[in-house]
Design a protein around this ligand. Structure first.
Ligand SMILES: Cc1ncc(C[n+]2csc(CCOP(=O)(O)OP(=O)(O)O)c2C)c(N)n1
Ligand code: SF4
Ligand SMILES: [Mg+2]
Length: 347
């Protein structure tokens, strides 16, 4: 008679799905690339939140970062756009179907160099979706040229010095209209998870700039996007805890130390004071904090800015809740009297 114990039951989420339903293809990125942990965090967060993977629409442009959507949520919808053009494709999809959760994964080159024009209009429209920038300061896929987010004075492996000032995607995002703006480090599992979960439920545009080192072209001394630079200069603003709406457990906390922000679906983001108090609802404070940290060579991370009151683009346009593609003909075709009235007005 066999004495072998039965295998432990597989862990399932609220939908009864195993984590395997949230995985994608095997990564082809370099071992140690900062982009890989971001894919892993996305798998964990969508699994733990019990989001149906087929409710997600993934978008990307071109770059090592833009290849990432192939490595998570294999059951989601996906569109790999032209370099820097994911925002316009995502905007169309998010308007056509308000029930989808949009998720764009872009690079610093894809967003801040070739795609900056598209990115800016995504921001001012506050199109509801999660927009991740896997920021390594270089064009990894084309062998490591500086991108527009590289710090002035930082160097390439060859010793070439960057003498142009960087574009700070979080500053642009706060100024131009994104309603959840965060910066994180791909090596900070806990912080990135809390930010991603908040972004999944946020009813607006979430821009998350994740410093994601390129081990092949930009992980040397002289780089400000390397693992060692981030370990030495990462300044988390607040400790973040995400409490989902469906979780009733209420843990006592000291209101002097912890502040709660309620998100659209009733989930809560708990902000625990570290050495300073910080209010992510204060736009000018957010911009000032990023600027002051940058002048000291520090990188502030966490939720930098959060506005739960502004309407997103589909709400502003008064779009119906149902996906446009499946609206019946009677809903999309104006009756003859309406057409007659339009013609009458044009006379
Ligand atoms: C229209 C167009 N211009 C240029 C390129 C060449 N190209 C491919 S990826 C890339 C930059 C990628 O950098 P980034 O977005 O930072 O992604 P990473 O590889 O660093 O993750 C460039 C310039 C292209 N594919 N298409
Ligand atoms: S080249 Fe750089 S960005 Fe591209 S996969 Fe390798 S480590 Fe990642
Ligand atoms: Mg890059």
């Amino acid at each position: 008679m066999s004495t072998a114990a039965a295998p432990p039951p597989k862990k399932v989420n609220r939908l009864g799905l195993e984590v395997v339903s949230y995985r994608g293809g095997r990564t082809t990125l370099c071992a140690g690339c900062g982009h890989n942990p971001v894919s892993e965090r996305l798998i964990e967060c969508f699994f733990e939140m019990g989001v149906p993977p087929w409710q997600v629409a993934k978008f990307s442009g071109i770059g090592c970062s833009s290849k990432s959507p192939a490595y998570f949520l294999g059951l989601a919808h996906g569109f790999n756009a032209v370099h820097g053009r994911a925002p316009s494709v995502a905007t169309g999809a998010m308007l056509a179907n308000r029930r989808l959760i949009g998720l764009t994964v872009s690079g610093d080159g894809d967003t801040a160099s070739i795609g900056i024009g598209q990115f800016i209009h995504l921001l001012r429209r506050n199109v509801r979706q999660i927009y991740i920038i896997e920021d390594n300061g270089v064009y990894g896929l084309t062998k490591g040229q500086f991108s527009a987010t590289a710090e002035v004075g930082s160097t390439l492996k060859t010793g070439v010095v960057n003498d142009l000032p960087p574009i700070d995607c979080c500053v642009e995002a706060i100024q131009l209209g994104a309603t959840l703006v965060a910066r994180s480090f791909s090596g900070d599992k806990r912080q990135l998870q809390a930010i991603l979960k908040a972004a999944i439920v946020h009813q607006g545009l979430s821009v998350i700039d994740v410093i994601s080192p390129c081990v092949t072209f930009n992980d040397h001394e002289g780089s400000t996007k390397s693992y060692s630079y981030m370990k030495a200069h990462d300044q988390p603003l607040l400790e973040l805890d995400f409490v989902p709406a469906y979780e009733e457990i209420s843990v006592d906390f000291d209101p002097g130390q912890v502040r709660e922000v309620t998100l659209h679906d009733g989930s809560r983001l708990r902000l625990r004071k570290l050495e300073r108090d910080y209010d992510p609802g204060d736009k000018m404070r957010a911009l000032g904090t990023i600027h002051e940290a940058a002048t000291r060579g520090e990188v502030v991370t966490g939720v930098l800015y959060l506005d739960t009151s502004r309407k997103h683009f589909a709400e502003l346009l008064n779009l119906v809740d149902e996906p446009l593609a499946t609206l019946g003909e009677s809903r999309v075709r104006p009756p003859r009297e309406v057409l007659d009235q339009v013609m009458e007005e044009l006379r």
